[in-house]
Write a protein that binds this ligand. Structure first.
Ligand code: UDP
Length: 339
């Protein structure tokens, strides 16, 4: 019989790619999502329960119905800027929602969780690349909310023998290589989709002077002055979760663990734009703009711990693959993006 897992936030960008990969690997997947920001059609043909983490009754109903082996917890708000303006939303959904989830899991004897954490928990790191031992000092409520959950998971491991692996994502990028799933946020704030939207607009004859693409800051202490990030293909990110799940099941004495997930390479905003030009064949216009609040200059992972201990290797470490897969999907799904 196939193993059953719950994916919270499985209608979102990373969660939907995760759901697809788990289904293809033979898991029975139940997505739990309130559809506040996700897309129902991205769940494809996995099981679906509409519910909210802030409603413990919804979670009890979810866990009563099935024999669930583990939960992969993606459901969260994840916009840095929004978290600065509306921290109540972030602490309620990301922290209180996760507490509700953990307590429902304990009530139903499900002691395994893979948690979506973030490099935003590190704040502005003193040294690069960032290892799991780099001090965590978030500079926005989003990163703070994720760090709080990491702490809760550590305490639950000691007190309740609750096993968890927190995966600290660097910048997720790209789409399913087979073209069946893409990246859709509303509003879209992420660099890669915005650069590709601009490529598409230009390709369709849009005036370069009307570009909506802004480069937020060219005066950072980085080689070209723009921010440097570590872009990891969404499928590589998801594959690491499957390794984490295997580890949670096969090593019963595990407590709470944390791993960075990135490709150990930094790419600047201007380099992202140049790569997009190479992939799309379009000269992409942009304007320089002031720095965006809360952006650290450079975030680059040292993910060697995940590579060694989870036995994981990224299959698409070159950002060009992420861009190519995203461009294929955007080009074939323009109506979905415009909707
Ligand atoms: N960025 C930018 N213009 C945009 C969106 C993002 O210059 O329209 C920059 C942003 O300042 C950051 C990098 O691109 O340095 C990646 O931003 P994104 O929002 O994609 O991810 P984040 O690093 O905030 O998680």
């Amino acid at each position: 019989m196939s193993k059953t897992v719950v994916v919270t936030g499985g209608a979102g960008y990373i969660g939907s790619h995760m759901t697809k990969m788990l289904s293809e690997d033979g898991y029975r997947v139940i997505v739990f999502d309130n559809l506040g920001r996700g897309n129902r059609d991205a769940v494809l043909d996995a099981g679906f329960v509409q519910g909210d983490l802030t409603q413990p009754d919804n979670l009890d109903a979810l866990f009563s119905a099935e024999n669930i082996e583990a939960v992969l917890h993606f459901a969260a708000f994840a916009y840095v800027g929004e978290s600065v303006n509306e921290p109540d939303m972030y602490y309620r959904n990301n922290v209180l929602g996760t507490l509700n989830l953990l307590d429902a899991m304990r009530r139903h004897n499900i002691p395994r969780l893979v948690f979506s954490s973030t490099c935003a928990t590190y704040g502005v790191p003193q040294n690069l690349p960032i290892t799991e031992l780099t001090p965590q000092s978030p500079i926005n409520p989003y990163g703070q909310s994720k760090l709080m959950v990491e702490q809760i998971l550590k305490d639950y491991a000691v007190a309740y023998d609750f096993r968890s692996i927190a995966l600290r994502y660097f910048n997720a990028a790209g789409c399913a290589p087979d073209g069946t799933l893409g990246e859709r946020h509303d509003p879209e704030t992420h660099l890669l989709p915005l650069v590709l939207f601009e490529a598409m607009r230009t390709q369709q004859g849009g005036n370069p002077d009307d570009t909506a693409l802004m480069v937020f800051g060219d005066d950072f202490d980085t080689p070209d002055g723009t921010c440097v990030r570590d872009y990891i293909h969404v499928n590589d990110l998801c594959r690491a979760h499957i390794h984490a799940l295997d580890r949670l099941v096969s090593e019963p004495s595990l407590g709470a663990e944390q791993f960075n997930l990135g490709v150990n390479r930094g790419v600047s905003v201007l380099e992202v734009i140049q790569c997009c030009e190479q992939v799309t064949g379009v000269k992409i216009p942009y304007k320089m703009a002031p720095r965006r609040a809360g952006d650290p200059p450079e975030l680059v992972s040292d993910a060697s711990r995940a590579m060694q201990e989870l036995g994981w290797q990224p299959q698409y470490p070159d950002i060009k693959d992420s861009i190519q897969h995203a461009w294929n999907w955007f080009s074939n799904n323009q109506k979905l993006i415009a909707a």
